[in-house]
Design a protein around this ligand. Structure first.
Ligand SMILES: [Zn+2]
Length: 274
């Protein structure tokens, strides 16, 4: 697929900036382009390719409360003061605006990366957040939701990962609640390759299908929710959820029964409600 080269270019640019800036987000599981269809590889090989060969998981000796000690590059998972996810409570009403979503149907590829199901997207989807433009790299799923709202957990959460030219990220999160079947999700589920298989091309994925009707959102400064937990993420979490069927939740749970990091302390941050 032609757009693999653009994924690689984006990743290379991100890696270069990460080294220059001393940032540590380059080997995140959420990173784009970690799977290249031209050379099918399994999850471990994919991680080695992106420099993150350290095994981490969501339970036990390699679970979230151990991430910070698994590798020096993961230290901020423990020592950070603006970690994600968080409980979204006490949002400060700040009026609307500040977010423009410019998404359109785009070709992509579905990957099982060993931590989640991820859809790598070709170029063409951007958001403008507080005057800065970010380009979508990929989106992926968590079960249950990582963010909570006043303590309430949703069945799932989808994260749309965007990157600015400067290398920092903006992630748009959307809660997924129990309801009717979601056609766009079903198309992705139907395309999921095996963990040892090549990414599965999927044409005409419309990310707009995953947006709720309302455009209100929570806004705060945070981090990757996976190692190395780099604090480079401008978070946008939509206040309204979208519906997925229990069967669709169950299908994801059969692959990943729990891939959500627990909520982290707010520390001195504040949450805007826009
Ligand atoms: Zn995520």
């Amino acid at each position: 697929m032609r757009h693999h080269h653009s994924f690689s270019t984006i990743l290379a640019a991100g890696l270069a900036m990460a080294f220059l800036a001393g940032a540590q987000y380059a080997c995140q599981a959420d990173a784009p382009g970690q799977a290249d269809a031209e050379e099918p590889m399994d999850a471990e090989q994919a991680q080695e390719t992106e420099g993150g060969e350290v095994h981490w998981s969501y339970e036990g000796d390699t679970g979230p409360d151990r991430w910070g000690g698994l590798d020096p590059s993961f230290a901020v998972c423990d020592t950070g003061v603006q970690q994600s996810p968080i409980d979204l409570a006490g949002g400060i009403p700040a009026g609307g605006g500040g977010l423009e979503i410019q998404w359109q149907p785009t070709d992509g590829e579905v990957v099982d990366n060993g931590h989640t199901i991820q859809v790598n997207m070709a170029e063409g989807n951007t958001i403008t957040l507080e005057g800065r433009q970010f380009s979508m790299l990929q989106f992926h799923f968590h079960l249950p939701s990582e963010h909570t709202v006043e303590g309430g957990v949703y069945p799932m959460e989808v994260h749309f990962v965007h990157q600015a030219e400067e290398g920092d990220l903006a992630v748009v999160g959307v809660f997924m609640d129990a309801g009717g079947a979601h056609a766009a999700i079903q198309a992705i589920w139907d395309a999921i390759p095996g963990v040892d298989e090549a990414p599965a091309p999927l044409a005409g994925i419309d990310p707009n299908a995953f947006l709720p009707g309302g455009r209100a959102y929570f806004r705060y400064a945070g981090s990757l929710t996976t190692p190395p937990c780099s604090e480079v993420v401008s978070w946008v979490v939509m206040t309204e959820s979208i519906a997925v069927s229990q069967a669709q939740v169950d299908a994801f749970a059969a692959l990943y029964p729990m891939n959500a990091r627990p909520v982290q302390p707010l520390h001195r941050r504040f949450i805007l409600l826009k």
